[in-house]
Design a protein around this ligand. Structure first.
Ligand code: NDP
Ligand code: GUA
Length: 472
């Protein structure tokens, strides 16, 4: 078993701390023990990041870009090992894990370049004897708290722009998936990132979070995870008025119009629904199909869902791995039981399999009172409801406290644009089940979060705007 430690001020520490176990959700086997850090370690990490900020923020953008590019190269050279580690601790199929490493590394290369494009501005003054300038500066020390469902991409999507902007970082990965995070930090060290610039603390979430929330030297919190914890962290950030970026829950609707290309729509739904066994905040959670094509759409969908292979992610033909834990299984089962009690029909799936596996499921006869039509399932359940008019579909799709991703399938581009503009969502896949990519803004409306990650928008979250008035 490999050793995994905390990474604070360029040193691998925490060897004397108690540990917590990391298990493989596919087999329930213990795969590693990781130090159970807490308040003291979080403080040390913050001290290191504060000290390192002085020199890191003073480096030229080109110096930072070069180190970030070296990190990118090392991640690429180690992608098989990183992907295998991810599959072992998180469960997703190896082919998906490899895809995530490439996606994650896409943020690293994008922000290595973007570091060089942090432009300022000059603004015409109203009087002759003044010159007005705007420049951008790094926010300061950043605290990042990340989830288990994307153990690499949720880290690089935060850390790469923060480093590029000149910020230093303290990071707490999720309890279930710290190994990928630690391996990424080892590669950052190998790339030559100066000590204290990136610090990783594993352990007791609330203590670590509290230490960073109360620390006025930490100027920004960036978080991906549940809406519940996001709200707690937002409240906790108020005391020291930190900047906050939150990427929280979703409840993505899919609208399939009567003029959709049905094969495209079915493939899009499968891609968005079953990615990571449905454990993605942009996974489609509820499908609205025009009543005229509902029977044909459902038949084609069910046929394809039946072909999905459930199994250990390390096996080559696996499409759907295990869910992360028992609570995730119970949530899916509860959503299906509730739907069936309220009149839904299981077209395929609906079974808890041995271990942490749940069979990919399609249900029909769905109505808006069912839990699955109101809450994020975060599992492989596909509820299919029908609608009569475009207005009805839009209203039902928007009837949610969430606003992260939505999907629309239609071959009529005018209608597609009209629906897209009416949807209260931050990300829309129009005839596309996989809109995520490093160069675009990712984030939600309403209670799905604040701020944007990715693209040129992502680096702005780590920059302060400074206005300088020069009197001549
Ligand atoms: N938007 C998204 O991408 C995600 C959404 N979710 C949703 O949330 C549900 C629950 O998943 P869960 O893993 O519990 O998500 P959480 O929001 O609890 O966890 C996300 C991260 O926050 C940390 N955390 C939890 N509580 C605190 C706290 N009080 N202070 C500081 N950090 C904290 C966790 O640490 P630790 O792991 O140590 O508890 C983890 O690193 C899922 O079923 C899903 O619906 C989950 C993951 C990602
Ligand atoms: O928050 C998530 O669930 C991970 C984001 C997935 C993506 O970037 O598409």
């Amino acid at each position: 078993m490999e050793n995994y430690y905390l990474y604070i001020n360029g040193e691998w520490t925490g060897k004397d701390l108690e540990t917590f176990e990391v298990t493989n959700p596919a087999t329930s086997e213990k795969i590693a023990a990781v130090p159970n850090g807490g308040y003291a370690e979080a403080r040390k990490a913050a001290d290191a990041a504060c000290e390192a900020f002085k020199s890191w923020s003073d480096c030229s953008a080109y110096e930072r870009a070069e180190l970030i590019s070296k990190w990118h190269k090392l991640i690429d050279e180690n992608k098989e090992d990183l992907a295998r580690t991810m599959t072992l601790e998180q469960g997703k199929p190896l082919k998906e894990a490899l895809g995530e490493i490439s996606y994650a590394n896409g943020f690293v290369s994008w922000y290595a370049e973007e570091a060089k494009r942090v432009y300022g501005e000059t603004i015409p003054a109203a009087v002759r004897y003044k010159r007005l300038f705007v420049q951008k500066q790094p926010v300061g020390v950043i605290a990042a708290i990340t989830p288990w469902n994307f153990p690499a991409a949720m880290i690089t999507r935060k850390v790469a722009p923060a480093l590029a902007a000149g910020c230093t970082v303290v990071l707490k990965p999720a309890e279930q998936t710290p190994l990928t995070a630690i391996k990424l930090a080892k590669l950052a060290e190998k790339a030559g990132l100066p000590r204290g610039v990136l610090n990783i603390v594993t352990g007791r979430a609330q203590e670590i979070g509290d230490a960073w929330l109360e620390d006025s030297r930490i100027r920004k919190l960036t978080f991906t995870g549940s809406t519940e914890v996001g709200k707690l962290l937002m409240k906790g950030s108020a005391e020291t008025v930190k900047k906050v970026s939150l990427e929280l829950g979703g409840h993505a609707p899919v609208i399939v119009m009567e003029d959709a290309d049905l094969d495209k729509a079915v493939d899009g739904v499968i891609a968005s629904k079953f990615r990571n066994a449905g454990q993605t905040c942009v996974c489609s959670n509820r499908i609205y199909v025009h009543e005229k094509i509902a029977a044909e759409f459902t038949a084609r969908l069910v046929d394809k869902v039946k072909q999905l292979q459930v199994g250990n992610g390390l096996e080559e033909d696996t499409d759907i791995g295990p869910l992360i834990d028992e609570a995730a299984i119970s949530k899916v089962a509860r959503h299906i039981e509730d739907a069936v009690e309220k009149g839904a029909k299981i077209e395929t799936g609906g079974e808890v399999l041995e271990g942490l596996y749940y069979s990919p499921t399609v249900i029909t006869g769905v109505n808006d009172d069912m839990i699955c039509m109101n809450e994020e399932t975060f599992g492989p359940l596909t509820p299919v409801a029908t609608f009569k008019t475009e207005e009805e579909a839009i209203a039902r799709a928007n009837d949610s406290i969430y606003g992260l991703a939505a999907y629309v399938f239609t071959e009529n581009i005018t209608r597609g644009i009209r629906i897209t503009e009416a949807l209260e969502y931050g990300i829309i896949g129009l005839n596309d089940g996989m809109p995520s990519t490093p160069q675009v803004p990712f984030g939600g409306f309403k209670q799905s979060g604040l701020g944007r990650e990715g693209g040129h928008y992502g680096i702005e979250e780590f920059l302060e705007v400074k206005y300088i008035s020069l009197g001549l």
